[in-house]
Write a protein of this length. Structure first.
Length: 149
């Protein structure tokens, strides 16, 4: 099964992305997300821009007790325990991946305005917890982003 991704030209250089349908019955979520494929991220994580888009509130989520680091310093993480990501294959089938999905929330009141502008642009990430289940092919010259099972 092959899942075709795309190059997002909003980033320089263009970044590999994949579209998923995120479903959580407990949070009443069924929305499409574009995730940046990040081989450096150990876990898939939803970040601030998509947290707002999904209407998530940290009080509705279980705190993990661990922080993750990146741009903007350490951030608290929460879980969507019943998350399912649906990927559409080239054959038109849906491929389902269940996971305990991390949600990362920056404390904007601690950040300077310039930092807030940068952080709100950060995409959510498809990390190695999902990527390790696929063969990942990325060829910018050929405009190829592909996940294969």
């Amino acid at each position: 099964m092959r899942i075709r991704g795309f190059l997002n030209n909003e980033y320089e250089p263009p970044a590999p992305f994949v579209k998923v349908l995120l479903v959580s019955k407990s949070l009443n979520i069924r929305k499409f997300l574009n995730l940046c494929i990040d081989t450096g991220a150990s876990s898939t994580i939803i970040l601030d821009r998509d947290v707002r888009y999904l209407g998530l509130k940290s009080k509705d989520l279980k705190r993990t007790g661990r922080s993750v680091g990146g741009i903007g310093g350490l951030i608290d993480t929460y879980l969507i325990e019943d998350a399912t990501m649906l990927f559409k294959t080239e054959e038109g089938m849906l491929l389902e991946e269940k996971l305990a999905l991390l949600v990362g929330v920056h404390e904007f009141n601690r950040l300077a305005e310039k930092e807030r502008v940068i952080i709100i642009r950060l995409p959510s990430l498809l990390g190695r917890d999902i990527l390790r289940k696929f063969k990942f092919t990325f060829d910018e010259k050929e405009d190829l982003v592909l996940l294969e099972k």
